[in-house]
Design a protein around this ligand. Sequence first.
Ligand code: ZN
Length: 666
Amino acid sequence: MRRLIILSALALPALFAQNTGFSVGNMDKSVNPCENFYQYACGNWIKSNPIPAEYSRWGRFNELQERNQRILKDILETSSAKTTRSPIEQKIGDYYQSCMDEAGIEKAGIAPLQPYLKMIADAKNKGDLGELVGKLHREGVGGLFGVGAGADYNNSKMTIVHAAEGGLTLPDRDYYLSEDAKSVAIRAKYVAHLTAMFKLMGYGTEKSAASANAVMTLETALAKPAADRVARRNPLSRNHPMGVIEFAMMSSSFNWRGYSKGLGLPSMDKLNVANPDYFKAFDKIFGQTSLDDVKTYLNWHVLHANASALPKAFVEEDFDFFRRTLSGTKEMQPRWKRCVQAVDSDLGEALGQKYVELAFGPEAKERMAVLIANLEKALEADIRTLDWMSDETKPRALAKLKAIQNKVGYPEKWLDYTTVQVKSGDFLGNSMRSNVFARKRNLEKIGKAPDPKEWGMSPPTVNAYYSPMQNNINFPAGILQPPFFDAKLDDAVNYGGIGAVIGHEITHGFDDQGRRFDADGNLKDWWTAADGKAFEQRVACIDKQYSDFVATGDVKLNGKLTLGENTADSGGVRIGLLALMDVMKTAPQKEIDGLTPQQRFFLGFAQVWCEGMTDEEARRRALTDPHAPGRYRVNGTFSNMPEFWEAFGCKEGQPMVRGANACRVW
Ligand SMILES: [Zn+2]
């Protein structure tokens, strides 16, 4: 239960040796909790935790990631050094070694990219580009659009092909299209980055500049018809089942038959086209762009997708634009961290298997089962008493809640990587072969039922998720540690931490996105019209509140982009508190450090979100991240809660009291 024991057995350097759990020492008691609760709960933590140079955001999640990465490093170093190894140790050990082999990578130069560059150079006409793009997609190189297998919105038990917009390099379409001074400046720096990368690849000055412009022109054209993030959150706008012929006719300038062959798609009659308008526009864009310009664009994507596996000059140039310019990170992470992340990303369930052996016991699973059951019970009680939901919709909401499956820690059955060939001294090859493996595995599901036992996150990941089409909640082992979950602390703090996180994930099944899916994960409306309207009115209140929050400078949060997460925070904290109250009926909680159980609950939640962030990162996240920054996750959520006002004796007129303007859904 106390993974802290295992963790503290490792030698941690001073920066990370401090207490990562809940602590009254993190608070700034000079701040009035009714004025700014986030500052009250996190003030001292923030003061004593400046953002490390290698981070653009530093928060509690990052503290845990650092701890996990040190465990993983130990596993990987042992696996690569051992003489007698299990097949898993060979794969993760050699992958890590190949990534750490900087001298070998330097010596190889861009030679490992040559087969892909040659494939592009060999395309004689635009008809050849279909098969070429298919092959590149199979190898994990993006371009032009996205195609992949996923559950059918209308039949969650069937996997079909989905086609969507794609092929951009910058983090969002807005980066190409916004006219504000900051966006214009970022675009100029992007063109400079493209030019620098082409030069490193060996192009002359003029050719590099022309190539950079060709990429920028094509990506800007592709950005225009792409749907924005808010539209992409709405499953109703993404569900367009279509015959394959009909789809191919929409953009007949592209060779889809060739593409299908290159990617290795099975024959099929229909697919889902997430954004038909995009493919209509793509037809013109592709038709009007010269063969040479598309080839230049594809060269760029090969180069960009593999930048981290190339010599130092490429890695540094890549860091300079994507981390320094876009996120405000000052220094690159040490190589070993980047290599741990590469293994986790490509062989996550092999590395994760070794991780849980060391860092996760069955007792944590049992304790989580109890917590989840209590949270579900609290949401059930809450739904039964809602005054805005009719007796017609309530039983369907309860049926959906009852149908939620829980996954905790790690997969019951581990993914088998036997067919992925991992060679020492071949980082780029290992990475490409892992991509092909993942892609093949994805496409093999077409025509079959999705496997609900599969995981979308690796076990060491410090995160959790809800899957609307599988109607399940997933908590990787990595998040089940302090400050989220600490067996030696009182229930009050744990219900504010992992309890509210569980509540958050369950609530996602009923947020503006999740509510569109029924208990079986099908996109089917189960709400009466009046109840649907009442729900939309309630979330509109949250949308409006968060749209007023400033991310940085003149950039505000996007209330619609962050709506699902903000609703889940508001619901998660409410039912977390309800569950704690229920537990307290039989197991009364004591006042500790002069704080009541209710106060410790709110502090437990708030201290999960203590963080520091660069201005650049705050800006990038405001445009792309569906989650609000920590201070708003805390102050936005609590200022709507009478239970909070009461716990801290806050009065009408104080900033943490919304009073009659408070929003509430659950
Ligand atoms: Zn969430």
